[in-house]
Each structure stands twice: as C-alpha cells, then as structure tokens.
Design a protein around this ligand. Structure first.
Ligand SMILES: *[C@@H]1O[C@H](CO)[C@@H](O)[C@H](O)[C@H]1NC(C)=O
Ligand SMILES: *[C@@H]1O[C@H](CO)[C@@H](O)[C@H](O)[C@H]1NC(C)=O
Ligand SMILES: *[C@@H]1O[C@H](CO)[C@@H](O)[C@H](O)[C@H]1NC(C)=O
Ligand SMILES: *[C@@H]1O[C@H](CO)[C@@H](O)[C@H](O)[C@H]1NC(C)=O
Ligand SMILES: *[C@@H]1O[C@H](CO)[C@@H](O)[C@H](O)[C@H]1NC(C)=O
Ligand SMILES: *[C@@H]1O[C@H](CO)[C@@H](O)[C@H](O)[C@H]1NC(C)=O
Ligand SMILES: *[C@@H]1O[C@H](CO)[C@@H](O)[C@H](O)[C@H]1NC(C)=O
Ligand SMILES: *[C@@H]1O[C@H](CO)[C@@H](O)[C@H](O)[C@H]1NC(C)=O
Length: 538
C-alpha cells in the first residue's frame, strides 16, 4: 500500500471532521472513486492469485478491507467513495451468471449483505471516511429483486406480497411503461420488478432508506436502474433519504437523459451523454467526433437542470474499460482531463487509474490487488487532476460554478475553458506528431500561464492565442495563470494550510482585465475557426 501523508495534511485542513446528510451543493466540489467492494482489497493472508473475473464469484473484498486501504484513494485526492450495494442478495445455488459478488441481486434490503461484513464494519468504514473528511455514497437497488424462477419465493424478500411486484413481462425498450414495469434480466436470471407505484411499497421503501442513511451516516446515494422506476417515485424517496441522489440513467441522448434531472425526478444522473461523446471523440481508432462532443456540451448546458452535479465517468461496472476500447494511454488521459476540468463531478472507477483493460461484464470487474496499488502514470495523473480540482474548489472562488465554454474544436482537438482554466485536448494519440494547435483565449498576452501537467511556462501570444505543439505526442494540457496557483501545492507553488486562500480566480481575472468568454466572443471564435485561421493542422 502506498502511504503518503503529503496530501493528507493539505486535505485534512480543508475538511470539517464530521459529516452529515450531504446535499447536491455539498457534492458539487467532490471527486468520487467508485468501488466494487468484493474487488478492491483482500484481507491479509488471502491468496492474491485466486481471483478470476471469468468465474463470476466472490474474491474476498469487504468493507473492512476498503477501510484499511483508504490511503490509496485519499492520497490520489479523492474526496468521496461510491461502494457497490450493501444489502442482502440472493442466497442459493450458483446461477448461469455466477454468484452475486457485485451486490446487485437484491433479496432483502432490510438486511446487510453478510458477505461484505457486519453493521459495525460498515459503520466503521463510514466513520473512518468522515474522520478523513471524505463522503460515503452507497449504491441502492429499489427497482427490482432477483430470482432464478419466474414464480417468486416471496419469503426471501423484503416485500412479501404478490401485488408488491409487477407481473412478469420481458422489457420492450420501445415502450416506456414496459421499461418501467416489466422485468429486467432474462430467463436465466430474472430481475422481478418491484411495484413502486404501490403506496405500501412507497412507504416501506421511504422508512427503510431513512433508517439506512441515518444508521450508517451515508452522504449520498447512487440509484441503480433509476430510469426503470417511475420518475415520480424519486423525489419522495430521496426526500426521505435526505441526501444527494445520483441515478443511473443509461441513455446517451441529452434530451431524454436530461428529463431525469430536476425537482420532478433526481438531483443528478450519471452522465451517459458525456460518456458517449467522450468515447466518440477520443478513442483511437474511433470516429474522432470532436464536434459531436462540443454539441453535447452545448446541448447539456441548455437542457440539464444542473450540469455541475452530473456524474462524469469514463468507466464503470457496466461498460468495457476505456483501454478495452482504446489502447493508446493518451486517449484516456485526454478524455479523463475533460471529465475533471469540465462541469460535473468526476468519478473514477477503481482500476481505471491502473490502466485496466477488461471488456464487458464480467471482465471489467477485475481485482485491484494485482496492480500492487502502484503509483503508476495513470495514478499520478489522477492525483494531479484531483489536486488541481480540489484547489480550484476550495482555494479559489468562482471556478466550480462557472459554466464550461468550448473555445475551439477541430477534427483532432477540443479546447475548453472553465473559470480561468483552459484545457487543450487531443485525440492524436501517443506518437509524436509535427502538429500544433493555436487556441484563442480571452487572456491578455502579458499573462504568464503554466501547464500544470508538465509545470512548463506557457506564453500567451498576441490576441490571446496559446499554441500547443505535439512533438512529444498528444498529451493533455491544462493552462492556469501562474499567479493564481499560489496555495495549490502545484508546480513549485506552496501549499496553503488555509481552506480559503485569498487568491480568487474570478477576482484575479477581473484585476488582470480579463473578460470571461461571452456568447458573443464565443461566436466570434467560431467564425475565426471556421475561417481556418486557428485550425489544428494534422
Ligand atoms: C424460500 O426462501 C426462504 C427464505 O430465504 C428459504 O428458507 C426457503 O428455503 C425458500 N424456499 C424455496 C422453495 O426455495
Ligand atoms: C407497453 O407495455 C405495457 C406493459 O407491458 C403494456 O401493457 C402496453 O400494452 C404496451 N404498450 C404498447 C403500445 O405496446
Ligand atoms: C458526431 O456527433 C454528433 C452529435 O452526437 C452527431 O450528430 C454526428 O452525426 C456525429 N458525426 C459523426 C461523423 O459520427
Ligand atoms: C477486451 O476485453 C476482452 C475481454 O476481457 C479481452 O479478451 C480483450 O483482449 C480486450 N481487448 C483489449 C484491447 O484490451
Ligand atoms: C507518486 O510518484 C510521484 C512522482 O514520483 C510522487 O511525486 C508522488 O508523491 C507519488 N505518490 C505517492 C502516493 O507515493
Ligand atoms: C472544501 O471545504 C469544505 C469546507 O471546509 C469541505 O467540507 C470540503 O470537503 C472541501 N472540499 C474539497 C474538495 O476540498
Ligand atoms: C514540421 O512542419 C513544418 C511546417 O509544415 C515543416 O516546415 C517542418 O519541416 C516539419 N518538420 C518535420 C520534422 O517534419
Ligand atoms: C484578433 O482577434 C480579433 C477578435 O477575435 C480578430 O478580429 C482579429 O482578426 C485578430 N487579429 C489577429 C492578428 O489575429
């Protein structure tokens, strides 16, 4: 295990040492590390070679082993974890899809899953996270239970009345009622649909979640299969929980996904539209659709209730690892930088920082321990991104809530600006290329900026252009005015021990006479770009 207290001292000064029910606004500045409990860490003495993802069975991780290995997560700068479901699952013979090591095969939500520990263990994990100033997000499954047969053994479930379930029908994805009331899963593993329109069910779920959140001091919920539940169930349920709710809405289309965020539905959803656009923009080989990414950003700002609390991710337990879709490491580094430096809460799925490359379920649920929790290139990039973002969140004012702007797009690159931070990203990949890109920024040409990923000074040219050359390959670049990094601990700047530094990005910008890009300057940029004056010339 990596043990470094360097960042800890910085972070602990930022955090209050107790946590209570956290709201969307309290989550906005957080950064989440997603964990499948069974796969994160082994107890001491266990055989590290015994876990085979293809076997689809338990490998031995528990809430206790997460707790004993939190340094790895906190040293990388994460301020929250999301853990796989904690409630009791199907107990019975191995199925066609193995055993419920992932925790999603719900039986009795009123009990904890003994495979992962006791109530005291879960409490101890929650306490330890709060002691470190971190948040706990728990994955919750209310849409369905699991059964190997179509006729239910009702005595094994929390809800024991037949009318508390919708009758069996396979899901027809072209029919919304069917998506919400029919059974997910298939005929080998059924996922019987709980009747969340039934008043008894609504009440019982409400009482249950309130108790679960309070008992374990949970700070936020990730809601499985949220779009398979009637949307009007959620406000009441999350109201009872009293914490931030982020729903799984597996839909890459902005208009349909956006309908799930807001007072009529959920605080937040996992950002599948951004995921889809990042895949289309950055994977190598891939369609390289950078204009599509810019479109998704624009459409999201228009249609989502609040892009700042969406969950930005590149991987999770349901999609193939990034490196399974795109081997070139720079493709992930650029996409990851976008996810951190744009609007939204960044989420890193365990193993992503180690460059894991498993395919679809179950291969994307690798044990983490074979990585030896190495301080790898990916781990270091994540650490730097978190360090910068945590500083921007708490050491400055205005960054977190200023909406991201797209400065420029071309077939091989995109540049975004959030607050006073400009990220220049490309999909050309690792091989050095005799290519450069000029980005027009609203910065003054006397401004000294620095690329925080290499700590190189970056001059701003006439008319606010900054030029990025890819002679060392297509690496991401994050430019921040040098003077505004005081207190960040980055690139030779001291670490401040105060939660709020006097430096403020927005007031700093005003002092320097810099204007935020407005709709007008942005559209001028697009005109300039379309004239080809500042094209990436690949
Ligand atoms: C039904 O579930 C209960 C509780 O889990 C269990 O004790 C019982 O054996 C099950 N019955 C059948 C027929 O599987
Ligand atoms: C949609 O699905 C529901 C639930 O299965 C069904 O009752 C209804 O007839 C379907 N509607 C259409 C138009 O197929
Ligand atoms: C790029 O993405 C946009 C938005 O998703 C889409 O409309 C367009 O068809 C895509 N273009 C290509 C070449 O795939
Ligand atoms: C993608 O995943 C599958 C299954 O894990 C694996 O066989 C394949 O080698 C992976 N591909 C890459 C490029 O990593
Ligand atoms: C990882 O390596 C980098 C570069 O050598 C170093 O600065 C950093 O402190 C290391 N992180 C940990 C947690 O050891
Ligand atoms: C920012 O400061 C607040 C208040 O001290 C704290 O609760 C929060 O965890 C900090 N966030 C980050 C990302 O450092
Ligand atoms: C790089 O491109 C420039 C301009 O197109 C050209 O003058 C130069 O010779 C190229 N250098 C290499 C090493 O290819
Ligand atoms: C500088 O930018 C302005 C506004 O975008 C543009 O009109 C002008 O042509 C640019 N000048 C140069 C020398 O690029």
């Amino acid at each position: 295990m990596i043990t470094s207290l360097a960042l800890l001292s910085l972070l602990s000064s930022f955090f209050v040492l107790s946590a209570s029910a956290a709201t969307a606004d309290q989550w906005r500045g957080r950064s989440i590390y997603q964990i499948i409990t069974d796969r994160y860490a082994l107890p001491e003495g266990a055989d590290p070679t015994a876990c085979n993802t293809a076997d689809q069975t338990w490998c031995g991780g528990t809430w206790n082993t997460i707790r004993s290995n939190l340094d790895y997560i906190q040293n990388a700068g994460f301020t929250a974890i999301w853990i796989s479901p904690v409630n009791q699952n199907y107990i019975g013979p191995r199925t066609a899809y193995g055993d419920p090591y992932h925790g999603y095969w719900m039986a009795d939500v009123s009990q904890l899953n003994a495979k992962f520990g006791t109530a005291d263990d879960l409490k101890a994990l929650s306490d330890e996270l709060h002691r470190r100033g971190m948040y706990l997000m728990v994955d919750i499954v209310v849409n369905n239970v699991m059964s190997t047969t179509q006729s239910l053994n009702l005595s094994s479930y929390f809800f024991q009345m037949q009318n508390e379930y919708h009758p069996y029908c396979p899901v027809d994805y072209s029919n919304l009622t069917s998506e919400q009331n029919c059974w997910l899963g298939d005929t080998k593993v059924y996922l019987p649909d709980v009747n969340t329109q039934d008043a008894t069910v609504v009440d019982a779920y409400g009482t249950w979640i309130q108790q679960l959140v309070q008992t374990f001091n949970i700070d936020g919920l990730r809601l499985d299969a949220a779009k398979h539940v009637n949307a009007d169930f959620w406000p009441g349920f999350c109201g009872k929980a009293g914490v931030f709710c982020m729903g799984e809405v597996y839909d890459g289309d902005v208009p349909s996904a956006a309908a799930w965020q807001g007072p009529q539905a959920l605080d937040s959803i996992l950002n599948y539209p951004l995921y889809t656009a990042l895949i289309a923009g950055f994977t190598i080989p891939g369609p390289g659709n950078m204009s599509g990414l810019a479109e998704v950003v624009a459409q999201s700002k228009e249609l989502f209730h609040d892009t700042g609390v969406l969950g930005n991710f590149l991987e999770n337990q349901d999609v193939p690892r990034w490196h399974n879709q795109s081997v070139d490491p720079q493709s992930m580094y650029n996409a990851m930088t976008f996810a951190f430096m744009s609007d939204g809460i960044p989420i890193v799925y365990y193993g992503q920082e180690q460059g894991f490359s498993g395919g679809s379920d179950p291969y994307n649920r690798e044990p983490l321990w074979p990585s030896n929790y190495a301080n790898s290139t990916g781990y270091q990039l994540v650490t730097t991104l978190n360090q910068l973002r945590n500083f921007l969140v708490n050491g400055t004012t205005g960054w977190l809530t200023s909406p991201v702007q797209v400065l420029t797009t071309s077939p091989n690159g995109i540049s975004i600006m959030k607050g006073n931070v400009v990220s220049v990203l490309t999909n050309i990949g690792s091989p050095p290329a005799n290519t450069s890109v000029a980005v027009y920024t609203p910065w003054d040409n006397s401004l000294a900026t620095i690329d925080i990923l290499t700590c190189r000074q970056w001059a701003v040219g006439s008319n606010g252009t900054v030029e990025v050359q890819y002679t060392k390959g297509g690496v991401p670049v994050i430019l921040v005015p040098d003077s505004q990094l005081d207190g960040s601990g980055l690139c030779g700047h001291a670490t401040t021990l105060q939660a709020k530094s006097t430096t403020s990005l927005s007031s700093g910008a005003a002092d320097l006479g810099i204007q935020r890009p407005t709709a007008i300057t942005t559209s001028i940029l697009f005109v300039i770009l379309s004239l080809g004056l500042f094209m990436f010339n690949v």
